[in-house]
Design a protein around this ligand. Structure first.
Ligand SMILES: N[C@@H](CCC(=O)N[C@@H](CS)C(=O)NCC(=O)O)C(=O)O
Length: 246
C-alpha cells in the first residue's frame, strides 16, 4: 500500500525532507494535500486528520505520514520510521540514533532559518517584523549558519572513508536520509542567503561536495526536474529577501 504524505501544497517546507526520502527510494506514495478534493484528497483530507475528533493520536502539525494504521508526525520521527523501511539508514542502533541526531540538528537549523524572516511571530506578516528580521538575519549569517555547517563539516571529516569517497556521507558509507536532508538544507540556504551561504561553503568543502553529489542519484535527479518538485518561493521556510543576505 502506498504511503500517505500530508503536507501543505504549494511549498517545499518540511514536507520536502520526507518527499526526498520517498523519491530517492522509489517508494509509492500519495501526496495527499496536493491531490484532488473531489477524489477525497486535498487540504480538507489533511485537516480531517489534524482536527478530526476520531483520531486518537493526532499530529500537532504537518508534515505527517500515514502507513496503514500508523500515523507519524514530526519530520525527524517520520524519517526515523521510514529510514529502515526505505533502506536509507544502516542497520545498527548506534547508526540509526546518529542519523536521527543529525536530522534533529538540521531541524534546529531549519527553525533558525525560518526565524530570520519571522523573528517575532509566525502569525505576523514579514512586513510587520522587518526591523527585527534584519537583526536576527545578521546574527544568523555571522554566527549560526557557520556554526551549523561547520558542525556538518566536522562530522563529515570524522566519518571514516569520506576522504576517498567522491560524494561524502554523513552516516556510514551509503546514502542515508541525513545526506538527503543536508542537501535540502543547503539548497534552501543557497536560495535564501546566496552570498552568506557561498561564503560558508568555501570553508566547508565536504558539505559542498555532498551538496553537489547528492543530486547525481538517478531517481533524485529525475525528481528534482519533475513538476512534483515545487520551486522555492516566499511562502515557504527558505525565502529570498535580499536585505536579509547582508
Ligand atoms: N517540529 C515539527 C514542526 C512542524 C511545523 O512547524 N509544521 C508547520 C509547517 S512546516 C505547520 O504547519 N505548523 C503549524 C503550527 O505550528 O501551528 C517538524 O519538524 O515536523
Amino acid at each position: 500500500m502506498a504511503y500517505q504524505l500530508h503536507y501543505w501544497p504549494g511549498i517545499q517546507g518540511r514536507g520536502e525532507f520526507v518527499r526526498l526520502a520517498l523519491e530517492a527510494a522509489g517508494a509509492p506514495y500519495l501526496d495527499v494535500a496536493r491531490g484532488d478534493e473531489e477524489q477525497g484528497a486535498g487540504v480538507p483530507a489533511m485537516m480531517r486528520v489534524l482536527q478530526g475528533n476520531d483520531v486518537t493520536r493526532p499530529p500537532f502539525a504537518c508534515p505527517f505520514l500515514i502507513d496503514g494504521k500508523v500515523i507519524v508526525g514530526q519530520t525527524a520521527a517520520i524519517l526515523l520510521y521510514l529510514g529502515p523501511r526505505l533502506k536509507l539508514v544502516p542497520a545498527g542502533e548506534a547508526d540509526r540514533l546518529w542519523a536521527h541526531q543529525v536530522q534533529l540538528t538540521l531541524a534546529d537549523l531549519v527553525v533558525e532559518a525560518h526565524d530570520t524572516h519571522h523573528p517575532v511571530g509566525s502569525g505576523l506578516y514579514y512586513e510587520e517584523q522587518k526591523k527585527e528580521a534584519l537583526r536576527r538575519a545578521e546574527d544568523f549569517r555571522r554566527n549560526r549558519l557557520p556554526k551549523f555547517l561547520g558542525w556538518c563539516e566536522t562530522i563529515l571529516e570524522r566519518n571514516t572513508g569520506n576522504a576517498e569517497r567522491e560524494v561524502p556521507r554523513l552516516v556510514g558509507g551509503r546514502l542515508t536520509y541525513a545526506d538527503l536532508s543536508l542537501f535540502q538544507v543547503v539548497e534552501g540556504l543557497l536560495y535564501a542567503f546566496p552570498k552568506a551561504t557561498r561564503r560558508v561553503l568555501r570553508k566547508t568543502p565536504l558539505v559542498a561536495r555532498l551538496h553537489a553529489g547528492v543530486p547525481r542519484h538517478k531517481r533524485l535527479a529525475a525528481y528534482l526536474v519533475s513538476a512534483r518538485r515545487v520551486p522555492f518561493n516566499e511562502q515557504g521556510i527558505f525565502r529570498r529577501y535580499p536585505e536579509l543576505d547582508g
